[in-house]
Design a protein around this ligand. Structure first.
Ligand SMILES: NC(=O)N[C@@H](CC(=O)O)C(=O)O
Ligand SMILES: [Zn+2]
Ligand SMILES: [Zn+2]
Length: 350
């Protein structure tokens, strides 16, 4: 494979189009792990309480900026958490003022801190129409929550039962299907010519459901949407390495402390911020598609969001295996770093 001869790769500085930074002590601890390599990130609003209004987003952005390490250059792109009470005028104003880049839709109960999400989609129709008018994207956690739908089917059912009808009603709305995990989602995005894109996480390119469950349960591989069978992982890799502009990186790096993960009802979320670029280089190299990494991590995202790519670059270097800490300390306890279970030979040059 020709990529085996490549030992150095310079790409535009990447962005993370789906990131959880949390707040307080956790924010302080995890933010440097992202600003080290990434120039911008779409910041998820699922704090407790959630970031719903323009005012809350502005205050959260200020807390993030105050935590950016000295010397780092980082732009948080804020999102508003969509509730059934969200005011279309507040959303439009936040967009016009440059406070919010996108709105985030969580079906109520779908994932971590989603209790304030949407149950009745007709109740948010006015907001979605306003967003379509002003060209503001909607980021979607695409899973139904019905207890009678198998957890491994929830993304595919969401596409049929929620996304397709929604796109018929508001066809001009720009939608990002976040953290897609299935061939179904990849196919749906590929079959759609306009206003639809998908983010893919680092971990979903690497793990399948066996990695979570076979040979003992691995809480640190548990996230939502849960990883699916191997054929789906392969479909995600094919989408990511294809260069298709509709697929781009959203790590969904979602830190939880070990005590919160390692319990009878552990939290969903995988922390990939520290080693994402090393992991991705390994995945793209194995596929013989290192040259497509820049499109996935640095070009396709800004293009969909209507932003310029970053001028700065990073250089990835291949060598002896690099090591990352098993966990990073926070005031609330350690946060385990994603273990890809293979050696990482690529590092980002200082
Ligand atoms: N992905 C996850 O498993 N967890 C995320 C929420 C989300 O993105 O669904 C979190 O906030 O912890
Ligand atoms: Zn989600
Ligand atoms: Zn997420």
């Amino acid at each position: 494979m020709p990529d085996k001869n490549i030992t150095e790769l310079t790409i535009r500085r990447p962005d993370d189009w789906h990131l959880h930074l949390r707040d307080g002590a956790m924010l302080q601890a995890v933010l440097p792990e992202t600003t080290r390599h990434f120039a911008r990130a779409i910041i998820m609003p699922n704090l407790v309480p959630p970031v719903v209004t323009a005012q809350q987003a502005q205050a959260y952005r200020e807390r993030i900026m105050a935590a950016v390490p000295d010397g780092a250059v980082f732009t948080p792109l804020m999102t508003l958490y969509l509730t059934e009470d969200t005011d279309p005028a507040d959303v439009a104003q936040a967009h016009a003022d440059g406070i919010a880049t996108a709105v985030k839709l969580y079906p109520a109960g779908a994932t971590t801190n989603s209790a304030s999400g949407v149950t009745d989609f007709d109740k948010v129709r006015a907001v979605l129409e306003k967003m379509a008018d002003i060209g503001m994207p909607l980021c979607v956690h695409g899973e139904v929550t019905n207890s009678d739908i198998d957890i491994f089917d929830r993304e595919a059912v969401f596409i049929d039962k929620v996304l397709k009808p929604l796109r018929k009603k508001v066809p001009d709305l720009k939608i990002v299907m976040e953290h897609v995990t299935t061939q179904d989602a990849v196919d749906y995005v590929r079959d759609t010519s306009k206003n639809l894109a998908a983010t893919i996480t680092t971990h979903h390119l690497i793990i399948n459901r066996n990695d979570i469950l076979a040979g003992g349960i691995k809480p640190h591989y548990y996230c939502l949407p849960v990883a699916k069978r191997e054929a789906h992982r392969v479909a995600l890799v094919e989408a990511a390495i294809s260069g298709d502009k509709r697929f781009f990186l959203g790590t969904d790096s979602a830190p939880h402390t070990d005590p919160a993960k390692l319990q009878p009802c552990g939290c969903a979320g995988i922390f990939t911020a520290p080693n994402t670029m090393s992991c991705l280089a390994e995945v793209f190299e194995a596929a013989g598609k290192l040259k497509k990494l820049e499109a996935f991590a640095s070009l396709n995202g800004p293009q969909f969001y209507g932003l310029p790519p970053n001028d700065a670059t990073i250089t990835l270097l291949k060598g002896d295996p690099v090591s990352y800490p098993d966990s990073i300390p926070t005031a609330d306890g350690p946060v385990t770093v994603f273990d890809p279970a293979f050696d990482l030979h690529w590092r980002v040059a200082d």
